[in-house]
Write a new protein. Structure first.
Lengths: 113, 112
């Protein structure tokens, strides 16, 4: 199984809602990532988990809260988002942190009204 | 600080032509990756280049890495419309905890 699975594929939420994005991989990868991508831009790193511990938080606002319940799962909890947070949110995994090839999920397209 | 520059950022070309996308980076690295992204889709890994002189080929695409020049190229041979996409290079620094830095991407539009 070489897939990274993200749900939901599309999400529309109001600024007062609380929602979560979910990501799952069964490749035995020990590093998992959240990226945010705006149209016509490269992905921007948000968070990195290595061996289920948060290794990098790229100064992301606290309205985004990551969680890594186990080595296969990664969540991104969303609360009180702003319209400018609308973007494609990509989950990725790699064998280990800082060892390269990233495997991306299909992404969750988020629209904040 | 590692910086990654791709050029061109946009390329429109005719089917059947050859062209090259360049990826320059600013600090020592011997780990470079190429990804493809179709509109509205996620990123797909194309090539992993892990040493100086590495060359990988898949169909009409060939990628190479020159670590001394800090340059990778993605060469397209006899382009076909299906290769229209955005191509990103991504570079990993040499230090243990270095992040992967993406270039801005090259939007490739191949005219039938």
């Amino acid at each position: 199984d070489t897939e990274v699975t993200q749900t939901p594929k599309h999400l529309v939420m109001g600024m007062t809602n609380k929602k979560s994005l979910k990501c799952e991989q069964h490749m035995g990868h020990r590093a998992m990532y959240w990226y945010k991508q705006k149209a016509k831009k490269p992905p921007e790193l948000m968070f990195v988990y290595s061996y289920e511990k948060l290794s990098i938080n790229e100064s992301v606002p606290s309205r985004f809260s990551p969680e890594c319940p186990n080595s296969s799962l990664l969540n991104l909890h969303l609360h009180a988002l702003q319209p400018e947070d609308s973007a494609l949110y990509l989950c990725a995994s790699s064998l280990h942190w800082a060892t390269g090839e990233l495997f991306f999920g299909e992404g969750s397209r988020l629209t904040v009204l | 600080e590692l910086k990654v520059e791709q050029n061109p950022l946009f390329l429109s070309m005719q089917e059947g032509k050859n062209y090259t996308i360049y990826c320059n980076y600013s600090t020592t690295s011997d780990r470079l990756y190429w990804y493809r992204q179709d509109p509205g889709k996620s990123l797909e890994s194309l090539f992993v280049l892990l040493s100086n002189g590495a060359v990988k080929q898949e169909g009409r695409l060939m990628a190479s890495l020159d670590t001394k020049a800090r340059l990778s190229t993605l060469h397209i041979t006899a382009a076909v419309h299906d290769l229209s996409a955005t191509y990103f290079c991504a570079v990993e620094g040499m230090n243990r905890d270095d992040k992967i830095i993406f270039g801005k991407g090259t939007r490739l539009h191949i005219l039938p």
